[in-house]
Design a protein around this ligand. Structure first.
Ligand code: SF4
Length: 231
């Protein structure tokens, strides 16, 4: 396992993104919150997972709500990972655009941005700054060149992420995604432009971000490792 997604304890999200796939799981994100109820168990399990996976290179801090709502947990994960294996790269996935000193302790701060009008409004932080562009219709008819012009020059990694529906679990989200995904013409043009891009920004297109197999495992607030988001 090269990558582990560590999930902060679930709570109602401060954002209410209409495409939120976290609201599209049959388990409704209900897991025992051992981070709060049994911190020692949660911590020792996390350390065990890190130590028993020599090939682990990346810890991605994420959530089924905004992870910065549990800043204490983000901070604890950073401390535990740094003490256990200093070579592991830590990434945070966030919609929280305000500056925060905790971002200085993270290797990659990945800002999820679903509205193109925000690209030039954020002051990105982190040793490596990544923009994760959530492909809503706000990106329609924009070329790769135009999008890159809007992104601050300090951002060195850009991921284009396709919206993923809940496959019927949450009709409201699925309807939104059907109506507000980027159009096929723009997506195809972006795919072609990304293939042909040879500039100094690392750019990738993620068409299946929720697919874990062969990519990553998940460590939840109950202190257990899961193979996929539906388990
Ligand atoms: S910030 Fe993330 S978890 Fe919260 S509503 Fe938006 S997509 Fe869902």
């Amino acid at each position: 396992m090269k990558s582990l997604q560590v999930v902060t304890p679930h709570m109602e999200c401060i954002f209410n993104c209409p495409f939120c796939i976290a609201k599209g799981h049959r388990h409704n994100n209900i897991f025992i919150n051992n981070y709060n109820l049994n911190f020692d168990l949660w911590k020792s399990n996390l350390i065990k997972v890190i130590k028993s996976n020599d090939d682990l290179k990346y810890i991605v801090i994420t959530g089924t709500n905004e992870p910065m709502q549990s800043k204490d947990c983000v901070s604890n994960i950073i401390d535990i990972v740094r003490k256990t294996d200093k070579d592991i790269q830590i990434e945070l996935q966030t919609h929280y655009y305000k500056t925060d000193e905790i971002y200085d302790r993270i290797d990659v701060v990945a800002y999820s941005i679903s509205d193109i009008r925000l690209l030039d409004k954020i002051k990105p932080m982190g040793k490596i700054q990544r923009y994760v562009l959530i492909m809503t219709d706000s990106y329609n008819n924009y070329s790769l060149t135009k999008i890159l012009e809007l992104i601050p020059k300090t951002v060195k990694q850009v991921t284009f992420k396709k919206l993923i529906d809940s496959n019927g679990v949450n009709k409201e989200i699925d309807d939104y995604i059907q109506k507000h995904s980027i159009n096929t013409e723009t997506l195809n043009k972006l795919k072609k432009d990304i293939d042909e891009y040879h500039g100094n920004i690392s750019i990738r297109l993620d068409l299946e971000c929720m697919k874990c197999e062969g990519r990553y495992k998940i460590f939840r607030e109950d202190g257990m490792v899961y193979d996929n988001w539906e388990d």
